[in-house]
Design a protein around this ligand. Structure first.
Ligand code: UDX
Length: 424
């Protein structure tokens, strides 16, 4: 009989096809691969990850039927519902085939799927394969969701019907053995215990995943590394890094206020302006000529940055962010205080935590206006008034660092997770 240690057992990963979800899933894959598992990533055609970034994994694409759907922040939930419908059968067929063809020693030990990709759970349970949920957002989002559902029961209507349907579909028939959360105990201690009660299966908070898997790269867009040379020429902690993640977008007026505020702050800035999908004029082309010139003189613009490298650069003193969960964790891990400008979903509760609970963020409230932007940028990076934010960010960085060291909470939790998977 084969020795347990020599077996290359296979874990199947099913990420949700959005940047903020692909990154943590591939990071988890990198960790599991380093622990001796083979990895197969089953992904949609839409936003498919780049296999050349992870030659150690196998990739399997399944039809998602989203070709003709114009996916934007507005129809995100609808597209996920559709995708679950469309992927259910192809995934099941693929899994049946895999199980039929698997060789001794290369069996599928379990399927780890993003919590919104519930079609994977259905197939796993029908075919008696173990499954685990990966939550890529903060634990607090579960609690926030429960509150919103409570309000709905009380007759208020804070939720769109499609969102209610998504949550009902995803949580009505939980058969998975465990939950993995990309969060850190010291950040979310109080809500993690509520999460435990809610899921009723072991929950493993093993974040920040990117710190356990620094080599993992899940970027869907090409990173422009020229900004690192530009950062090399800036003074320590002087630069404000501006990025609103992979989904949120600005209109012309907001972009202009943002640009004026940045220029007037007199601080250097590195600004990510993503390309638009529909050939419309983009970013800097939307600004009046004089302002565009000022922007180019004082700042550096890229379409996509190597964000983790940027945040760890000595020249970066602040991060103006939409507060997606990955950006939130990445900034906290590098001790970079934040200007919080959330757009939708969990971003709003993340922004509240950054400003009111962890004390490392400054919320930009009300309509975006150049004077407020200028003030916030200076407060975050240079003004004395913002010293407490900078100090608190440095302190929190130290606290979260402890969690990934030997004996730290996430370190231990990861080992417990591996023990569980090894018992499957
Ligand atoms: C989406 C949702 O908007 C968010 O609310 C949810 O928490 C996760 O999914 P997204 O907009 O993709 O998030 O933001 P975020 O979670 O911050 O993830 C973006 C990822 O892209 C980060 O890992 C960041 O490092 C990376 N990134 C971003 C780059 O590598 N380069 C960039 O220029 C911008």
């Amino acid at each position: 009989m084969e020795e347990q240690g020599q077996r290359r057992r296979r874990v199947v990963l099913v990420p949700s096809p959005h940047q903020g979800h692909i990154n943590p899933m591939l990071q988890l894959g990198t960790i599991l691969h380093s622990k001796g598992f083979s990895i197969t990533v089953v992904h949609t055609q839409f936003n498919s990850p780049n296999p050349s970034n992870h030659p150690e994994f196998e990739f399997q694409s399944i039809p998602d039927g989203l070709m003709d759907v114009n996916i934007s922040a507005r129809n995100l939930v609808d597209s996920i519902l559709l995708l679950n419908e469309n992927c259910r059968e192809p995934f099941r067929n693929w899994l049946v085939q895999m199980i039929k063809e698997q060789q001794p020693g290369d069996e599928i030990v379990c399927i780890i799927y993003d919590e919104v990709m519930y079609f994977a759970e259905a197939s796993a349970s029908q075919l008696n394969v173990q499954s685990i949920i990966l939550r890529t957002s903060g634990a607090v989002t579960v609690v926030a969701r429960l509150v919103l559902f409570q309000l709905k029961e009380e007759g208020y209507n804070p939720l769109k019907e499609s969102y209610v349907q998504l949550i009902n579909n995803a949580y009505s028939a939980r058969t998975s053995s465990a939950v993995i959360s990309n969060t850190i105990y010291c950040l979310e201690e109080s809500v993690l215990s509520q999460l435990q009660q809610y899921f009723k299966v072991p929950n493993f908070p093993i974040g920040p995943l990117h710190k356990f898997a620094p080599s993992s790269n899940g970027s869907l867009l090409k990173e422009d590394t020229s900004c690192i040379s530009w950062l090399n020429n800036q003074s320590p902690k002087s630069v404000i890094y501006v990025s609103l993640g992979s989904v949120a977008s600005m209109d012309k007026k907001e972009l202009e206020e943002m640009a004026w505020g940045l220029v007037n702050s007199k601080q250097p800035f590195l600004w990510v302006i993503r390309p638009r999908t529909n050939n419309a004029p983009e970013g800097i082309e939307l600004l009046p000529k004089v302002l565009a010139e000022d922007v180019q003189e004082n700042g550096y613009i890229v379409k996509w940055a190597p964000q983790k490298e940027v945040l760890s650069h000595v020249a970066v003193g602040g991060f103006w962010s939409h507060c997606g969960w990955n950006s939130t964790l990445e900034s906290i891990c590098e001790g970079v205080p934040m200007i919080c400008m959330p757009f939708f979903e969990d971003q709003k509760v993340n922004a509240r935590y950054l400003s009111h609970v962890w004390g490392v963020g400054l919320e930009l409230e009300h309509e975006l206006e150049r004077g407020a932007v200028e003030k916030a940028v200076r407060k975050l990076t240079v003004d004395k008034e913002g010293e407490f934010l900078r100090q608190r960010a440095a302190q929190l960085k130290e606290e979260v660092e402890l969690s990934t060291r030997k004996g730290g909470f996430s370190y231990n939790s990861l080992n417990e997770l591996l023990d569980l998977i090894n018992k499957f």
